[in-house]
Design a protein around this ligand. Structure first.
Ligand code: DAH
Length: 340
């Protein structure tokens, strides 16, 4: 009987070491500890053993039963733990993996940045913002602004015509006419927006942006114009910026002028940016031609005004050192990301 006990003990140890599933484990439990199991059979066999030997053999069998039960339970625990660990490994998520570009958040386009700064400079002086339309009538874009059909000034702007009377606006000045027709003085507006001309090279694009300014009130004169534009130049290009006005010609202003700012790169000494002159041209301006006021129903004896037109691309290129206007429209991310 003792031999049999030893034999079973060895067999169980050996079998347990080869188990690969919980099913096999439970088969083993049935085979040895079940109702008809081998160890249970040993216990039943105690009857046939002599009364002196029975307590000692019974003790051995009970020890065996307890040992096998503990081995199976221990193995079961280990097996379940292993399985859990394996499952966790398989389902592991590496939260440290980096995304393709974890800083991929957008930024404003340099033109938008320049436009916003221009708007800030003028709204700070009490101007309000108007937009107008891009598909415009010849009437507002040219005729009301003292540029009749046969006027040579039309040659200055190569126009995209849609019909004889409708065109893509060539200048935000068209909004001047619309504003004077729809508002009574005092008027103080800026009009940023897209304009279109059949032009295409390193400094000209068929679509570009302007910002028009218009002030109409009683006793408005050139000093007001100069003060306003000086203020803008200092706010946009830097506090130590100087300005100068040069005579020019626009049909809708009289007198007309262009404004230069002192070169903010060389401070007037002359450099590549200002082509050695120390000055950079930034806008056209003038006193609103009385003909235009009258065209738009404003009494030119009672009111006067000044107007100006700023190229937004030009301002952005100057301020951010952009050498070619076309870069602004290519949307190359390597370029755009510099303006975060
Ligand atoms: N509209 C002009 C242009 O596109 C710019 C301009 C000049 C606008 C003088 C004005 C102005 O309002 O007074 O070339």
């Amino acid at each position: 009987m003792i031999d049999k006990i030893k034999e079973i003990s060895d067999a169980v140890s050996e079998k347990i070491s080869r188990i690969t599933s919980l099913n096999e484990l439970s088969d083993l439990r049935v085979r040895y500890l079940g109702k008809n199991g081998e160890i249970t059979a040993l216990l039943k066999g105690l009857k046939s053993i002599s009364a002196e030997e029975r307590p000692s053999v019974g003790k051995h069998i009970n020890e065996l039963r307890q040992k096998v039960d503990e081995m199976l339970s221990a193995y079961e625990d280990r097996f379940i733990a292993l399985q859990k660990e394996k499952k966790m490994k398989e389902e592991e998520i590496d939260v440290t993996l980096s995304m393709p570009d974890k800083n991929a958040c957008g930024s404003l386009h340099p033109l938008t940045l320049a436009k916003n700064e221009l708007i800030n400079a003028f709204t700070g002086m009490g101007f309000s913002v108007l937009e107008g339309v891009e598909v415009e009538e010849d009437y507002y874009n040219f005729q009301l602004l003292n540029i009749p059909a046969d006027h040579p000034a039309r040659d200055m702007q190569d126009t995209f015509y849609i019909t004889d009377k409708i065109l893509l606006r060539t200048q935000t000045s068209a909004v001047q006419a619309r504003t004077m027709l729809s508002q009574k003085p005092p008027i103080r507006v800026i009009c940023p927006g897209k304009v279109y001309r059949a032009d295409d090279d390193a400094t000209h694009s068929p679509m570009f942006h302007q910002m028009e300014g218009l002030v109409v009130d009683k006793n408005v004169n050139i000093c007001d114009l100069k003060g306003c534009l000086d203020e803008f130049a200092r706010s946009f290009f830097g506090a130590d910026t100087r300005t100068r006005l040069r005579p020019s010609y626009f049909p809708f202003t009289e007198p007309s002028m262009e404004m230069d700012v002192s070169c903010f790169m060389c401070h007037g000494k002359g450099c590549r940016l200002c082509k050695g002159t120390g000055w950079i041209e930034v806008l056209g301006a003038g006193i609103v031609n009385p003909v235009v006021l009258e065209n738009c129903g404003i009494d030119s004896k009672e009111y006067s005004g000044f107007a100006f037109g700023i190229g937004i691309e030009r301002c952005a290129m100057l301020k951010y050192g952009i050498p070619d206007i076309r870069i602004l429209f290519e949307n190359d991310l390597r370029f755009l990301r510099q303006y975060k």
